[in-house]
Design a protein around this ligand. Structure first.
Ligand code: SF4
Length: 429
């Protein structure tokens, strides 16, 4: 493009030169607009619609954009399809800079345009892609359908066809012949024809109604499938230990362990619990590690698979039975284990007391500490890093306790109730 961009400076001053440049403009823009090469780039659910648009049902190739490129060096269009988070910003800037010019950006969906449903109380979503890179066309919707994407593509084509070699990508005033989109023209013609036909159609409708007074227009009815019968859930081979036996085993080894929200439970009440809801134990902090080891090593339990670990910040600790309850701490660490040998699933939670921290540094300080379960289940590694990253709970003995989702420089812990961030917009209602 280097040479052709120098053309106006040389040719414009010549007699008739402006017309030649205009003609070249038209040809170049026509070719460019009808052979857009989008980058393969999708960050969230809108990308599903973008992908659907390239499938045979919608067939984006009808608009000359058929080859989604895997590298920015071979693309000239980014369709921003999906939520853009802070960690994506540098990547997106780099991709945009790697596109050869002229290059274009379509912002598809409300997340990309403004942050969409994530605009309030959110610290990680970029509130508008045009804060990072220039955007040519905005397509609202959540998600916009493929037809809307095509409409955006046609708008972009119109924009490209108004560009000029004299001032590439910016000036739309130098274009001498206004571009008329054939699709817009066809839609206008169709609308005009409909308007012309309307009096005749109205007359025919009235005549038909008079001649057929009993006619009832067909009304589509929704056909619902017959309801599925309630099938009893079989106990099955992998159901594991019955609740009562499991409860007895645990209580015999750890008398201080109780059931969550059912602290006075005994064998009879546990037997009556639904068999498909796992037991949820509350463990005193001092017995956390020994209890976890017991669950793994006791052959009748054999909870060998680390299923999940998460935490809850109650802010005000729940104390349904008075301040002496073992739940009366701000954080609960919740662990889920599965026995691949027997098939049973067990939850247990440990309430964690808050560390003594000066008030002015509470929001950015680690507030609770608990031993790591990585030596027992290596699969606990990432889960504990996530709980550390989101809640500021330290896992002593963890081999690599770093943030998992947020950057290392991030201040605070987003899932704590007292978390605030400069980028957060407070919901006004
Ligand atoms: S606009 Fe809606 S569909 Fe698109 S990425 Fe956001 S939430 Fe998903």
């Amino acid at each position: 493009m280097g040479l052709i961009q120098k053309l106006p400076a040389v040719v414009d001053p010549l007699p008739g030169g402006r017309h030649l440049v205009d003609a070249v403009d038209t040809i170049v823009n026509w070719a460019r607009a009808n052979s857009l090469w989008p980058l393969t780039f999708g960050t969230s659910c809108c990308a599903i619609e973008m992908m659907a648009s390239s499938m045979p049902r919608y067939d984006i190739s009808r608009f000359g954009s058929e080859v989604f490129r895997a590298t920015p060096r071979q693309a000239d269009l980014i369709i921003l399809a999906g939520t853009i988070v802070d960690k994506m910003v540098e990547v997106l800037k780099t991709l945009y800079e790697q596109l050869p010019g002229p290059k274009y950006v379509i912002a598809m969906g409300s997340c990309t345009i403004s942050g969409g449903p994530f605009i309030y109380d959110n610290y990680s979503v970029v509130k508008g892609a045009d804060r990072i890179i220039p955007v040519d066309v905005y397509i609202p919707g959540c998600p916009p359908r493929p037809e809307a994407l095509f409409h955006g593509l046609l708008l972009l084509q119109e924009k490209i066809k108004k560009e000029s070699l004299r001032r590439p990508w910016v000036d739309t005033t130098l274009h001498t012949a206004p571009f008329v989109n054939p699709f817009t023209r066809a839609a206008l013609e169709w609308e005009t024809q409909e308007k012309e036909r309307e009096p005749a159609a109205a007359e025919a409708r009235a005549k038909f109604a008079a001649e057929n007074p009993d006619f009832k227009p067909f009304k589509a009815e929704r056909v619902l499938p017959p309801p599925m019968p309630d099938l009893p859930r079989p106990a099955g081979k992998g159901a594991g230990l019955p609740h009562g036996e499991l409860f007895d085993l645990v209580r015999a080894a750890f008398p201080s362990v109780v059931l969550h929200k059912n602290e006075g439970a005994d064998r009879a009440s546990v037997d009556a619990l639904p068999s498909d809801a796992p037991l949820d134990f509350v463990v005193p902090p001092g017995e956390y590690l020994a209890f976890a080891r017991f669950l793994r090593d006791e052959p009748r339990l054999a909870l060998d698979l680390f299923f999940d670990l998460t935490a809850v910040d109650w802010e005000q600790p729940p104390a349904p039975n008075g301040a002496t309850t073992p739940l009366a701490h701000r954080f609960h660490l919740v662990v889920q284990l599965l026995s691949t040998v027997h098939g049973h699933l067990v939850f247990f939670r440990v309430p964690l007391a808050e560390n003594e921290v000066p008030d002015d540094s509470r929001k950015t300080a680690v507030l609770a500490e608990v031993p790591s379960l990585v030596p027992l289940w290596p699969g606990a590694n990432f889960k504990e890093r996530e709980a550390y990253d989101m809640f500021g709970i330290r896992f002593s003995g963890h081999p690599d306790l770093r943030r998992l989702l947020n950057p290392e420089t991030f201040e605070g812990f987003p899932l704590r109730k007292d978390f605030t961030h400069p980028a957060m917009v407070k919901r006004p209602y």
